[in-house]
Design a protein around this ligand. Structure first.
Ligand code: ZN
Length: 261
């Protein structure tokens, strides 16, 4: 049984890094509105069209030493890192949730989050296609777990509606419209408890890291929330249930302490 799990785990990781290299294509081409299926991948500096052996995830970048085969100009480490990250998140999904619908839905979610985070970080915009895709995953979740449907429907609105009010109140300066849609779509997939937790984790990470980055490098004050919200969502998917029950367990023991006094 262990050998079987190991085999499935390796296959999922390899499939994950392959999808990761497709994410690189999306990340590069969507903001430029390039056709992302028809045109072949090419070197950004010399236009050299990549052959199949240049496109093996992680491996090609490593063997080429991070340089173009023809003109030797540097190829960003972002490519293999995104492939690796997608592979790791897919593998973790399998380790946490086995072969299940949850694993399938989470793999789709994590890949979308990776791509939209990088695009949001660069352009301050989340392409709506990713949010629609996550909304579709959420709908599949509601259908396949229909007994708990209120959990998911409340998840759809519990964070997104308050954010929408902030969006209108600040005329879009307080929060981006893409962030509002992301929290709605992901809320439908995760349910209200996990999406509320994800939002708090995202804000916490966002404020800590953003302040640190401003202190260190004096970077711009514009904050792309997408990457932080995404990180919050990923953490909530893996350890959210445990964090929530630990928190309420702690509250219970506090309360019990008060009653004893
Ligand atoms: Zn080149």
């Amino acid at each position: 049984m262990f050998e079987f799990r190991l085999y499935i785990g390796i296959m999922i990781f390899l499939f994950g890094i392959t999808v990761g290299s497709f994410l690189n294509v999306l990340i590069y081409r969507i903001p430029k509105k390039e056709e992302f299926v028809k045109t072949r991948s090419h070197c950004m500096s010399c236009g050299y069209q990549l052959e199949w052996y240049d496109l093996i995830p992680i491996f090609s970048w490593l063997t080429l030493g991070g340089k173009c085969r023809k003109c030797k100009s540097k190829i960003s480490a972002q490519y293999p890192l995104i492939e690796l990250l997608n592979g790791i998140l897919w593998l973790l999904s399998f380790l946490f949730y086995d072969l299940s619908i949850t694993t399938l839905l989470y793999c789709g979610l994590f890949s979308s989050l990776i791509a939209l985070s990088v695009i949001d970080f660069r352009t301050y915009e989340i392409p709506v296609g990713f949010n629609i895709f996550i909304l579709v995953l959420g709908t599949i979740r509601v259908i396949t777990d229909y007994r708990s449907w209120p959990e998911y429907i409340i998840g759809l609105v519990s964070v997104s509606v308050p954010l929408l009010l902030i969006f209108y109140a600040t005329k879009g300066r307080g929060i981006g419209g893409g962030d509002v849609k992301l929290m709605g779509a992901a809320g439908l997939l995760l349910g209200w408890k996990l999406i509320v937790l994800a939002f708090f984790l995202g804000c916490l990470l966002g404020s800590v890291i953003h302040i640190a980055r401003m202190k260190i490098s004096g970077e711009s004050h514009v904050l792309a929330m997408g990457p932080y919200l995404s990180a919050g969502i990923v953490i909530a998917c893996f350890v959210g249930e445990r964090l929530i029950s630990a928190y309420f367990g702690y509250l219970d023991s506090l309360l019990a302490g008060f009653i004893l006094i």
